[in-house]
Ligand binder design. Structure first.
Ligand SMILES: CC(C)(COP(=O)(O)OP(=O)(O)OC[C@H]1O[C@@H](n2cnc3c(N)ncnc32)[C@H](O)[C@@H]1OP(=O)(O)O)[C@@H](O)C(=O)NCCC(=O)NCCS
Length: 186
């Protein structure tokens, strides 16, 4: 069974395989976290622990870069030592995140899609967000991103409004976990 784990250098090979899949994906744009990976971590094994340390460091304000970023908790969705996806919980919102990014972003590697992983990954992240003090998580997705809409709605997402081409939802982090469909239709 897959679970949310802290990024770890031991998962380098699987993580880099996932990155290669994201880059080759023709269905969705390359996710931001892929373009944000330190270039040397992609080619030099010795640089990978430094990348992981940077990502873990972003959980503290001291580890956050200056240009409009907020502290965030990144987690990897892992099954049998295979990295299937990643998710980031932003600890608070800026005006830009209120409009565009929301509290939680997630990506499932192309080879693992349509098996319920994103739905389960967001469900697993909700109590983590609650523990970080996020009572109601704002989630946004492009209006055209049917899969992401379904993921949010399966997690009890309540539609708020439209911001540009994005739909905004609030997802409960403490309540409503029983609404989550774990791979079955309701
Ligand atoms: C969006 C994404 C996270 C979905 O991941 P996933 O693991 O395939 O999602 P799930 O298997 O949990 O599927 C959720 C629902 O979306 C549906 N779905 C999945 N891919 C779909 C697609 N390409 N078109 C239409 N529906 C789709 C599933 O059938 C399922 O529907 P159901 O709830 O009625 O059963 C994944 O496609 C992805 O990483 N895309 C690129 C990054 C991205 O868009 N992230 C979200 C940004 S807001």
């Amino acid at each position: 069974m897959a679970e949310l784990l802290d990024p770890a250098a031991e998962l380098r090979v699987s993580f880099l395989e996932a990155v290669a899949e994201f880059r080759a994906d023709r269905e969705y744009p390359v996710p931001w976290f892929v373009t944000d990976i330190d270039p040397e971590a992609l080619t030099e094994a010795s640089a990978f622990p430094g990348y992981v340390a940077r990502v873990l460091g972003e959980r503290e304000l001291s580890g956050v870069r200056a240009d409009g970023f907020v502290a965030q908790t990144t987690l990897w969705w892992v099954e049998d030592a295979h990295v299937l996806g990643r998710l980031a919980i932003r600890h608070y919102l800026t005006p830009k995140l209120e409009r565009l990014g929301g509290h939680i972003g997630y990506d499932v590697r192309p080879g693992a899609r349509r098996r319920g992983h994103a739905t389960a990954m967001l469900a697993a992240a909700r109590p983590v967000a609650a523990a970080l003090g996020v009572e109601e998580a704002l989630l946004t997705c492009a209006a055209t991103n049917t899969a992401s809409r379904r993921v949010i709605e399966a997690n009890g997402g309540r539609f708020v409004d439209t911001s540009g081409d994005r739909l905004r939802y609030v997802v409960p982090t403490r309540q409503g976990m029983d609404e989550v469909r774990s791979g079955r239709s309701s």
